[in-house]
Design a protein around this ligand. Structure first.
Ligand code: FE2
Length: 193
C-alpha cells in the first residue's frame, strides 16, 4: 500500500502545482480518492472496528511537507461528529457503510448583532459507499457528520494540510458561537510511511 501512497503524493503535488484554487484542487484530487476507496484492506483490520465511545480518527499518510493528509474515520452505529469547520480544502469519501452529512453556512448578522453570526443549515445528504463530497472555506466548510445507521461506517478524507494539527472550530448551531479545537489523530505515526 505504501507504493500507492507514494503515487498519490506525486499526483497531488502535480494538482497543487497547477492551481491554488480550492475548487480546482478538489476536482483534481477527486479521481485519486476514488482509486483509494476501491482499495481492499486500506485500513488494517484491527483499526476498522469502531471505538466504543467516539468515532476514531487515524492518519493513513502525509508527505514530509504536510501539503496534504489522508485520514480514515471509523464511525460506530450512532456516533456523531459535532458541527465543525476545516479552514482548508478537503474531500470526504465513503469507504464502507453510509453516513449522514449536514451542511451549514455562517451568516454574518452585522457588527451590532448579538450573536454576530448565525449558523444556518443549508442541506443534508446521505453519503454511501463510493460517494465523495468536499469542503472548503469560507462557504462550503461547515458540516456535521453522523452515522445514524445500525452498521459501522468508514470514511476516508484527504485534506490540504495535516488536519490533526489544524486549529479550527466546533460551532454551536443554537447560539452561533464557536470554540477553538484541534482534533488529533489517534495514531502518532502514519499507518503508511
Ligand atoms: Fe469534517
Amino acid at each position: 500500500m505504501s507504493a500507492q501512497f507514494k503515487e498519490l503524493e506525486a499526483a497531488i503535488a502535480a494538482v497543487l502545482a497547477a492551481s491554488d484554487d480550492y475548487r480546482t484542487i478538489i476536482e483534481g484530487v477527486r479521481p485519486h480518492l476514488r482509486k483509494l476507496l476501491a482499495e481492499e484492506g486500506l485500513l488494517p483490520a484491527e483499526l476498522a472496528e469502531p471505538h466504543p465511545d467516539k468515532y476514531a480518527q487515524y492518519l493513513l499518510y502525509k508527505p514530509e511537507n504536510e501539503a496534504f493528509s489522508v485520514v480514515a474515520f471509523v464511525w460506530g452505529a450512532g456516533q456523531v461528529a459535532p458541527v465543525h469547520d476545516h479552514l482548508i480544502w478537503g474531500l470526504v469519501g465513503v469507504y464502507r457503510g453510509a453516513v449522514v452529512e449536514k451542511r451549514y453556512r455562517r451568516v454574518d448578522l452585522g457588527e451590532a448583532a448579538e450573536p454576530r453570526y448565525e449558523i444556518r443549515e443549508v442541506g443534508e445528504v446521505t453519503a454511501r459507499q463510493g460517494d465523495i463530497s468536499f469542503v472548503y472555506p469560507p462557504d462550503h466548510d461547515i458540516h456535521g457528520v453522523a452515522n445514524p445507521f445500525g452498521e459501522p461506517a468508514i470514511t476516508v478524507h484527504i485534506y490540504g494540510t495535516d488536519i490533526g494539527k489544524q486549529p479550527r472550530h466546533i460551532h454551536d448551531v443554537a447560539s452561533g458561537s464557536a470554540r477553538d479545537v484541534v482534533t488529533k489523530h489517534l495514531n502518532e505515526v502514519a499507518i503508511y510511511g
